[in-house]
Design a protein around this ligand. Structure first.
Ligand SMILES: [Zn+2]
Ligand SMILES: [Zn+2]
Length: 224
């Protein structure tokens, strides 16, 4: 326990119980999602994209752990504004616990969805990168935080239609030129983001990776 914990004791973001930001009781109430296809969002074995939904440059599957609600929603929100490092650490360890105890076909090099460096995060903190780094370390996966670059700012996706979201993201990601040759040896990439809403962000990033020669791209998010 650090001095900071004594001055500002950690309390659960949902029920206020002291000890952790995500208490076991509230986490237990969060609904674990059944594996679903990232395109039609209907059930699929282990989250694989259905053959009929598959796209040439698309996601091969998706692992989203919890429904975006309750304490997890609060934790993901908190990441963007405050306590980022500590909440991120707690999220990473519960994700690792799920990965180790569940049967998830996730393996490869973890690549976080990038943020635009200048504007898109109040704290200049990429939560997907920070959490992704911890998960990759625990799971023994390779981690390339800057494989993808987000090269322009985008409007908030929240108020856009599905088609609007696609338009908004078109051409927004590219491969860091520094990694142009390394990417040829990447067989399998796990694209990591905090929340899957329509999946436009993961799908656009998958397209860029596959066009650059990556064979398999799997999406992984904390919540959906
Ligand atoms: Zn709680
Ligand atoms: Zn499908």
């Amino acid at each position: 326990m650090s001095l900071l914990d004594l001055i500002f004791p950690k309390t659960c973001l949902s029920c206020g119980k002291e000890g952790k930001y995500i208490c076991e009781n509230c986490l237990g109430k969060a609904r674990i999602l059944k594996p679903a296809c990232p395109y039609c969002e209907k059930p699929s074995i282990d989250g694989f994209t259905h053959t009929k939904c598959g796209k040439k440059y698309g996601l091969d599957g998706l692992t989203s752990f919890w429904k975006y609600e309750g304490v997890l929603k609060k934790a993901i929100w908190a990441l963007k504004f405050k306590y980022a490092t500590q909440v991120g650490g707690e999220l990473a360890s519960i994700l690792v616990r799920e990965l180790v105890t569940g049967s998830h076909p996730v393996n490869g090099t973890l690549v976080p969805i990038p943020i635009y460096w200048q504007r898109e995060n109040v704290r200049g903190f990429n939560q997907s990168e920070e959490i992704g780094k911890l998960i990759a370390k625990e799971m023994g996966w390779k981690f390339i935080p800057d494989l993808l670059i987000k090269n322009k700012s985008t409007k908030s996706q929240v108020e856009l239609t599905v088609e609007g979201r696609k338009q908004n993201l078109r051409g927004v990601f590219c491969i860091d030129p520094y990694h142009k040759s390394a990417i040829l040896n990447l067989k399998s990439v796990i694209l990591f983001d905090d929340v899957f809403t329509t999946g436009s962000t993961l799908k656009e990033a998958a397209k860029v990776l596959k066009r650059a020669g990556v064979e398999k791209v799997w999406g992984m998010t904390i919540a959906r």
